[in-house]
Design a protein around this ligand. Structure first.
Ligand SMILES: [Zn+2]
Length: 328
């Protein structure tokens, strides 16, 4: 459950109940009386119990601890409110920090539901109630210190540089120590699963392109070990980045052929339903709401990329929902 992956850097496996990801890797870096924790797990009793047991086992003084949250997702940010209450300083990027607080408001979920409706999805009243982002979100508001590209977090011998890697979320951050050649990749690069690249609305255009740019950005770094938020440590980050880029190229080709073989007007739902998914459900209509939302976002980000890159001509998306052939 707790493993020392580098000198005074501990990887703690926090369970994520009812979630296909199963485990979040929280990293706890210790120096004398001080600590830096990276990500927390869900605000769920099972995650919480293990998280605080790790804190106790490692003898961490929460009053002298900074907690860096790499991005807004609840499996990373779930316990921020509890940690703030216990005296920790919370560090986040401006974009994902504000978005985490927004997701605590009922009005944000109402807006998301409207967006789903515009995708043509039948949304009942409780559509998002089982969504982990709502169910296991932080218990309340918390103030946070903004961190951004180039900022340095020092702890013991480590000088961790903040690297901005938009894509998986609009303002996700990673940490990199140049001297020790270690890199905390959050959900930007994962070993055996491909990070979900969704759609974040017209305020964040070109998110898939941003993701690929963020992969290219870290490709040349000298990295001995990459510490991701899920699954195993990555030894050859360059190889893994090439695989992820190939995955999205295949995905783009798949979406392109669905569109070109389809009718002159298609909904994003029709495109998403035509894509292949590694999910144990026979048909699109059996997907649970949260999985549907993820799949629609992924379809949309790929459609948007194809349009922007002029790979599908005479197509455009109207109200972010329809892909339609222009009449000539
Ligand atoms: Zn995530």
């Amino acid at each position: 459950m707790i493993k020392e992956v580098s000198n005074n850097i501990y990887q703690c496996e926090i369970p994520l109940p009812e979630n296909p990801l199963k485990i979040l890797n929280s990293y706890m870096i210790i120096d004398k009386n001080e600590a830096l924790i990276i990500d927390t797990g869900f605000n769920h009793p099972a995650s919480k119990e293990v998280f605080f047991r790790c804190v106790e086992t490692l003898g961490i003084n929460l009053r002298k601890t900074r907690v860096l949250i790499t991005h807004l997702h609840a499996d990373h940010s779930g316990l921020t409110y509890d940690l703030y209450q216990r005296g920790c300083e919370i560090l986040m990027s401006e974009g994902d920090g504000n978005a985490t607080l927004n997701l605590l408001k009922e009005s944000t979920w109402r807006k998301l539901k409207e967006q789903m409706k515009s995708y043509g999805i039948d949304v009942e009243n409780d559509f998002f109630d089982e969504h982990p982002g709502k169910k296991y979100a932080p218990a309340g508001d918390f103030p946070f210190t903004k961190v951004k590209e180039g900022g340095i977090l020092e702890i013991g011998p480590y000088r961790l540089k903040v690297i901005s890697v938009p894509g998986h979320t609009p303002d996700m951050i990673n940490l990199y120590d140049e001297k020790y050649q270690i890199y905390f990749s959050a959900d930007h690069v994962l070993a055996s699963i491909t990070p979900n690249i969704g759609y974040w609305g017209p305020e964040h255009p070109g998110i898939l392109k941003q993701y690929i740019d963020s992969l290219n950005k870290i490709l040349p770094l000298r990295v001995n070990e990459m510490y991701p938020s899920h699954r195993v440590i990555i030894k050859d980050h360059k190889k893994r980045i090439h695989e992820l880029k190939k995955h999205h190229r295949r995905r783009l080709n798949e979406v392109k052929s669905i569109i070109l073989q389809g009718t002159v007007e298609m909904t994003i739902e029709e495109i998403a339903a035509g894509m292949s998914w590694k999910i144990p459900f026979d048909s699109w209509k059996d997907f649970p709401p949260a999985q549907k939302a993820f799949a629609l976002g992924e379809a949309m980000s790929h459609v948007e990329y194809l349009i922007e890159n002029k790979e599908i001509r005479h197509w455009s998306h109207i109200d972010d929902v329809l892909v339609k052939q222009e009449s000539e």
